[in-house]
Each structure stands twice: as C-alpha cells, then as structure tokens.
Design a binder for this molecule. Structure first.
Ligand code: IPE
Ligand code: IPE
Ligand code: MG
Length: 246
C-alpha cells in the first residue's frame, strides 16, 4: 500500500471516469508509430486500476474506443480491436483476483468483431459476482448513441403500452441507459491537454467535476489520479442548489 498524502479517505469520489487520451502524440514525440502509444497505455491503465482500488474508488470507467474512432485509418482501428481483446485476455484473471467486476458500455450490435464481443462477455461473466471495484470499459461507446438506444427502448415501451407518454421523465430515460445501476461520475479526468468531452457519458456527466491534465495517457500513473482526487476534495458541489452556509 503506497503512501496517500492528503487524501481524505472519507471523501474519495465514488465514481471516477477517465478519457484516456494522447497515446498517438506520446508515440509521435518519440518517433514511434501511433499504435506503440496505445500499447504503452496498458501500464498506465493497470497502475490506475490498482491505485483506484487501493484508495477506495468503487466505480472506475475508462474510455477505450468511441463510436467516432471508426473514422481512423483501418490499420489503427484493427490494432485497437485486437489490443483491447488481448488486454482483457491477459488481465482478466488478475482483475478477478482483485475482486474487480468488469463491465462494458457501448454498442454491442454494431461493428464490433465477434472475437472482441466474446472476450468482453467472458470477462463480464467471470467477474459478475465480484464485490470490489467495478471497472467499466467504454468500448464502441458514444454518449449520443447511448441516449438514442435508451430512447428507442422507451419508444418501444410507449408503443406497447408499458409506459404512458405523459410518464416520460428523466428517471425513465436513466433507467434505460446501458447500466442503470452505475452511479453518475463524481470526477471526470481527461489527459493530453484536450479540454472536451468527446461524446463520453453525456447524460451521466451533468454534474461531474472536470479535471484536465497535459500528461499524455501513457505517462499517467496512480499518482496523477491522486492529484485529481485531492483537487476534487477541495471543490464544493452544489448541484444547482445552495450550500447551507451560503
Ligand atoms: C487515445 O489516444 C486512445 C484512443 C482514442 C483510442 P489517441 O489515439 O486519441 O491519441 P492522440 O489524441 O491522437 O494523441
Ligand atoms: C476520445 O478521444 C476517445 C477515447 C479516448 C477513446 P479522441 O482522441 O477520439 O477525441 P477527439 O477526437 O480528440 O475529440
Ligand atoms: Mg485523441
């Protein structure tokens, strides 16, 4: 267990979500092909998972492949498909030993190769009953796609009379997201100096605290995450209301 200075263990964010960005630029800076950057991101992810687990984060969600990333050159897309499948295959037993529950958010019925689908399912099944941290991998994920899928489901329920149109509200939409039991992120981290959401968890980040760092994802460590958590702990969340002392 590493030393965790200045982290208030009673106020650790329950859900941390991360846009793991900057792999390509990390590689380019070193004169390497972009794919080497994705490969180097594995260690960063691993260290982050262990650090999150250690500090008591209950939910960790990472953006691994967006619905827009299909626009990249085919060899890079292919690399990312294989890389994510192999990463799960390499790490799932260790994650299982850590009592981590692995989950997937994203479109399953669109474009994802069968071998990747299979691996995701195997990892989910293996770790389904684990009671430790939930690691959610956003893969073939788009925030708008998630909302569209929820609305389709809702439209179906309205058409079949399960739900009256006048009963449509935020709760009915939230209930139809990919994992309705997933709490909304308390803290959203993005690496690589880009300060945008890029279609990640659009519905869920309504009141998340945002934290940006210029560090490229392969250089990210648990210490970088702890820095974000310390900063999070200094903030006041109001959710549109006023604090009692205001
Ligand atoms: C993030 O790194 C990983 C994915 C989007 C899959 P990038 O590949 O976006 O790296 P940059 O942003 O081009 O440096
Ligand atoms: C977001 O990063 C997607 C992932 C990290 C998987 P991108 O690199 O795709 O986002 P943009 O294109 O810079 O907005
Ligand atoms: Mg990027």
């Amino acid at each position: 267990m590493s030393f965790l200075p200045d982290i208030d263990r009673a106020r650790v964010p329950e859900h941390v979500a991360i846009v793991m960005d900057g792999n390509g630029r990390w590689a380019q800076q070193r004169g390497l092909p972009r794919t080497e950057g994705h490969g180097a991101g594995e260690e960063a992810l691993w260290d982050t998972v262990k650090g999150a687990n250690e500090v008591g984060v209950r939910w960790l969600t990472v953006y691994a492949f967006s619905t827009e990333n299909w626009k990249r050159p085919q060899p890079e897309v292919l690399y990312l498909m294989n890389f994510n499948r192999e990463l799960l295959r390499r790490r799932r037993d260790e994650l299982n030993d850590m009592n981590v529950r692995i989950r997937w958010i994203g479109r399953r019925d669109w474009r994802v190769p069968r071998s990747v689908l299979r691996e995701m399912r195997t990892s989910e099944d293996l770790t389904r009953d684990n009671t430790g941290m939930t690691l959610t991998i956003a893969f073939n994920y788009g925030g708008r796609a998630e909302i569209v899928d929820a609305v389709k489901d809702l439209a179906h329920d309205v058409r079949t009379g399960v739900l009256k149109p006048e009963k449509v509200n935020e709760r009915e939409i939230a209930k139809r997201l990919y994992h309705p039991d997933m709490p909304e992120p308390d803290l959203l981290i993005r690496t690589s100096g880009e300060e945008r959401v890029s279609n990640f968890l659009l519905w869920e980040v309504a009141y998340s605290e945002l934290w940006f760092t210029p560090v490229f994802w392969p250089d990210f460590t648990r210490e970088t995450m702890f820095e974000a958590i310390r900063d999070f702990q200094k903030r006041t969340r109001r959710f549109g209301a006023l604090r009692e002392e205001d």
